[in-house]
Structure formats: structure tokens, C-alpha cells
Write a protein that binds this ligand. Structure first.
Ligand SMILES: CC(C)(COP(=O)(O)OP(=O)(O)OC[C@H]1O[C@@H](n2cnc3c(N)ncnc32)[C@H](O)[C@@H]1OP(=O)(O)O)[C@@H](O)C(=O)NCCC(=O)NCCS
Length: 186
């Protein structure tokens, strides 16, 4: 799919699609959420969060005005200038390169429009498509959280990735062993 994507704020009219996507196993299988998600619960959630300055929720449209993805930033910290990213693509459009383009767009928005210096996220270690997307977008692995979450009845590791507006000088993240997650003693 070519053409630019529009990033805009999430609106009430997007919520039925959001609920349908979240209840689709192709989406919730890799998110650690309780399903089914209800429209009334999502509307109540949106009413609570829409004015919350510590988060920003977006919908993404293609050039025909069709929704292709949703995502946003949570825990926006305006002092440290960091936020956590989340994203999910329309279940019918996964695997077409959209997630990669959306995450790049979100990072550009975070750094250019929101004044953030750092965007981070956590993903289940077995979420290979997500890890590929983040690594293609320039995120680096910063940590391994062992036995961190239950997903589909299994306890799984979580991986912490981050990207910076201006890459910081090498720190402990640079010597973290990606396969063991253990910092060498020096
Ligand atoms: C994760 C997600 C956002 C990625 O979006 P997407 O549009 O599917 O991603 P892209 O098509 O840009 O890239 C996916 C990559 O994973 C690869 N991939 C897809 N399924 C795969 C699999 N089962 N095994 C290995 N690689 C796989 C694709 O080939 C592609 O890599 P490539 O560009 O090197 O070929 C999307 O799949 C999604 O919404 N998943 C459900 C929700 C979720 O997990 N969100 C992230 C939580 S951290």
C-alpha cells in the first residue's frame, strides 16, 4: 500500500472499529488484554482518558480515509521528555508494511511535534512481527524482563525497546547482553 498516512487524534466515531479490532484474535493474541472488550467500556475509557495530558491516542487513515491502524503514547513525561508507545494495525492489513510506516510516523510526531526525546515500549518476547517493526524503525533493545506477563495462559518474557531523538552516549544499555539480559560485572 502506497500513499501517505494521516495521523489524527482518536475520536468517539473510531471506537466501534477499535473494539472490533481488539476483539479479533489476530490483534489480542499478542496484547496482554482482557477480552471481550465492550463498546460501552471503551466509551467510558475514552471519556476518562481523552483529556488526560499524560497520554495521546491516535487513529491512522489511508488516503481514502479508511482506518489502517491505531496507536498512541502513554505515560507521557514532559520533564524527562519520554513516553511509551503502543500500536496495532487493522487485522486485515497486517504484514503489508503498514506497522513499520506507522511506527516511523509516530516517532517523527513524538520528536517533532510533541517535543519528546525518548520513545520506549515493551513487547512480548515472542511477538516477532512487532520486534521486526521496532528494529526496522531504529529501536534498540534495552532490557529483558523475565517471566513478566501471562499471555494466552503462558508466562512470557517482555522486551524493552527505546529510540531517542538524539542518541545518548553509550551507557549500560550498550553492554546489555541481548540473549541473556545480564549486565557483565566490570
Ligand atoms: C505488530 C504489528 C503492529 C506490526 O504491524 P504490521 O503492519 O503487521 O508490520 P509490518 O508488515 O510492517 O512488518 C512485520 C514484519 O514481521 C514479519 N512477520 C510477520 N509475521 C511473522 C511471523 N509469524 N514470523 C516472523 N516474521 C513475521 C513480516 O515479514 C515483516 O518483516 P519484514 O518487513 O522483514 O518482512 C501488527 O502485526 C499488529 O497490530 N499486531 C497485533 C498487536 C500487537 O502485537 N501490537 C504490538 C504490541 S507491542
Amino acid at each position: 500500500m502506497s500513499g501517505a498516512f494521516l495521523l489524527r487524534r482518536l475520536e468517539v466515531r473510531d471506537l466501534p472499529v477499535r473494539v472490533a479490532w481488539m476483539n479479533d484474535v489476530r490483534i489480542h493474541a499478542t496484547l496482554n488484554i482482557q477480552v471481550p472488550v465492550t463498546l460501552s467500556g471503551t466509551e467510558a475509557w475514552f471519556e476518562r482518558v481523552r483529556q488526560n495530558p499524560s497520554r495521546a491516542d491516535f487513529a491512522f487513515e489511508n488516503e481514502r480515509g479508511e482506518l489502517v491502524a491505531m496507536g498512541g503514547f502513554t505515560d507521557i513525561d514532559s520533564d524527562v521528555k519520554k513516553a511509551e508507545l503502543y500500536v496495532f494495525v487493522s487485522p486485515d492489513l497486517k504484514g503489508q508494511g503498514i506497522g513499520t510506516r506507522i511506527v516511523k510516523l509516530m516517532c517523527e510526531h513524538a520528536f517533532s511535534e510533541m517535543g519528546l526525546e525518548k520513545v520506549y515500549l515493551n513487547t512480548n518476547a515472542d511477538n516477532v512481527p512487532a520486534r521486526k517493526v521496532y528494529e526496522k524503525c531504529g529501536f534498540a533493545l534495552e532490557g529483558v524482563l523475565r517471566r513478566e506477563v501471562i499471555n494466552n495462559g503462558q508466562i512470557k518474557d517482555r522486551l524493552r525497546y527505546a529510540i531517542y531523538a538524539t542518541p545518548p552516549p553509550p551507557g549500560v544499555g550498550a553492554v546489555l547482553n541481548a540473549s541473556t539480559g545480564i549486565l557483565p560485572l566490570s
